[in-house]
Design a protein around this ligand. Structure first.
Ligand code: ZN
Length: 280
């Protein structure tokens, strides 16, 4: 079974044929898809999509604000998300640890099958005008993830060093999605017990450096993802990405690790189950 740990299946790009995309995912062996939220618009689309979760294809969501959606006033949206995550009025003033049935999350979060906070992070590729604000929003969400004991999904475009630096000492669990860093940075992440999300970019001809890193670190801290509709793997590069195409990523990683695509998929699915604490 393959687990797509990062897919924007709610995106407009899938409005015409979402059901077929999900069917193709099942046929390709995908059993689980994780949906990272980005903003208010995507949040509004989650309930409908989550209701289409089946025993063959389980859907999970994460709540958070994407760094490219962080602007003045981001706290208003974040407060709403925090309320959905675990600050329901019925528990006002109570310690979460004392609520056996509460599990840190309230009713609406459980309806959305929320298993993490994301995608959050810092993006210095698209935006450099608001670095301080991005960092503040990111760290606020990371701290909440620690309080709720939920993993985070991190977007670290052109910002990996900054993120590793500004989170020093924060005991969070999480995954660096679309990992593209060095071997040294990978070792730092592994030492912290965190994970790297690998998708279509590992198949790009120009990306031998990433393949070398993955070959060296092995499968222990790797989860697979698509980031669909973006970043389709070779030979579909440039097309709309979808979960079924993740078999190309599994094949590529299997080749690097000297195992079959199936085995690589199982290893990474087990890692995802460990990180998000979902039984396999
Ligand atoms: Zn994404």
């Amino acid at each position: 079974m393959l687990t797509d740990t990062h897919c924007h299946l709610y995106a407009d790009a899938f409005d015409e044929d979402r059901t077929e995309v999900m069917q193709r995912a099942v046929s390709a062996g995908i059993g689980r898809i994780f949906l990272p939220n980005v903003d208010l618009e995507s949040w509004n689309k989650l309930p409908d999509l989550l209701s289409q979760s089946t025993t063959e294809l389980s859907l999970y969501s994460m709540l958070g604000i994407h760094p490219c959606s962080v602007d003045e006033g981001w706290e208003v949206l974040w407060h709403q998300m925090k309320a959905t995550l675990g600050h329901g009025p019925e528990f006002e003033g109570e310690s979460i640890a004392n609520k056996d049935s509460y599990n840190g999350l309230n009713q609406s979060a459980r309806l959305l099958n929320v298993v993490g906070i994301g995608e959050i992070g810092i993006d210095l590729y698209w935006r450099q005008d608001n670095i301080a604000l991005q960092q503040e929003a990111f760290l606020t969400q990371v701290r909440e993830s620690i309080r709720l004991d939920l993993p985070v999904c991190i977007h670290s475009r052109e910002s990996l060093d900054l993120i590793l630096d500004c989170t020093k000492g924060l005991p969070f669990r999480g995954v660096y999605h679309c990992y593209g860093g060095s071997l040294e940075q990978a070792h730092s992440i592994m030492e912290l017990g965190q994970y790297m999300g690998i998708g279509g970019t590992v198949t790009f001809k120009s990306n031998q450096a990433l393949r070398d890193v993955l070959k060296s670190i092995g499968p222990d801290r790797v989860v697979m993802e698509t980031d669909a509709p973006y970043l389709a793997p070779v030979p579909h590069r440039g097309q709309r990405n979808e979960p079924a195409m993740m078999t190309e990523v599994a094949q590529c990683l299997g080749d690097l690790w000297g195992m079959s695509a199936e085995e690589a998929g199982e290893r990474c699915s087990r890692n995802a189950a460990d990180l998000w604490r979902i039984p396999l």
